[in-house]
Design a protein around this ligand. Structure first.
Ligand code: NAD
Length: 242
């Protein structure tokens, strides 16, 4: 039977914009209370104002080690529990490797890989103690079809796919599902650096997703019957040569 999300607590990272915001809205519409985690307080407050009572905004800069380490305890303090954790926050560094700023590479690997691993590490004991839980990680099509213009980004998402597939096998026996979604290009702030003609080509190819498209898949993953063996979804674009 499909899961009902009424009164479940979902925590979404990178919730103030793009995919995280759309996921928040979909979870909310499905009856969940949503803890929106982001470092952008202004955007969190705008979302709270617009989306209303079942939203709990939580300011966390995931790259701040102390804020990252205390995040799960703070979620439980404000919401009482965590039924669903959507590890979504991430960033992008593209282009030729030789041109990339090594500080930006460090920051991206930290957010896309280390922070996700630490967050899942911290949320699991709570879910194991309750004998249930759902974790969904936003990966990327880049992890499945590595493209020459984003070697570090693709590698970060490849790493996190490996993490998802291995952790899942450790915690399945505790009633916890760990899955991933791998969208192709999504219209969001993350694509701000994409050249306009590349965006337009993707749009014309039917290869450009809206955040709401991704949120539909997140919702499907979280409400699918617990016996269903679908664990990872790759959102294939029409054209890979974007
Ligand atoms: P976005 O830039 O619209 O949203 C990212 C959110 O994360 C923002 O609200 C930002 O404030 C927040 N954030 C960034 N750094 C943070 C930090 N240190 N602490 C707390 N919050 C922080 O981007 P998006 O496109 O919605 O990306 C979300 C996820 O989707 C990322 O993991 C990204 O890699 C993945 N993804 C995006 C695309 C795409 O084309 N946009 C495609 C595939 C996968």
């Amino acid at each position: 039977m499909a899961e009902n999300l009424t009164d479940k607590v979902a925590a979404v990272t990178g919730a103030a914009s793009g995919i995280g915001l759309a996921s928040t809205e979909a979870l909310l519409a499905a009856g969940a209370r949503v803890v929106m985690i982001d470092r952008d307080v202004k955007a969190l407050n705008v979302a709270k104002e617009r989306l209303g009572g079942n939203i709990i905004p939580l300011e966390v800069d995931l790259l701040d080690p102390e804020m990252c380490a205390s995040m799960v305890d703070r979620i439980i303090d404000v919401a009482g529990s965590i039924d669903i954790f959507h590890a979504n926050a991430g960033t992008y560094v593209g282009g030729d490797l030789v041109d990339a700023d090594t500080k930006a590479i460090d920051m991206m690997l930290n957010l896309n890989v280390n922070v996700v691993m630490k967050n899942v590490h911290d949320v699991l004991p709570h879910m194991i103690a309750r004998g249930t839980g759902d974790i969904i990680v936003t990966s990327s099509l880049a992890a499945h079809f590595p493209t020459p213009w984003e070697p570090v980004y693709a590698s970060s998402k490849w790493a996190i796919n490996c993490f998802v597939q291995t952790v899942r096998r450790q915690v399945f026996k505790h009633g916890i599902r760990v899955g991933s979604i791998s969208p192709g290009p999504v219209v969001s702030a993350l694509l701000d650096d994409w050249p306009a003609e590349k965006l337009e080509k993707a749009r014309q190819d039917g290869s450009l997703l809206e955040p709401a498209d991704v949120a539909e898949v997140v919702l499907f993953m979280l409400t699918r019957p617990r016996g269903m063996t679908i664990r990872d979804v790759v959102m294939m674009p029409t054209n890979f040569d974007l």
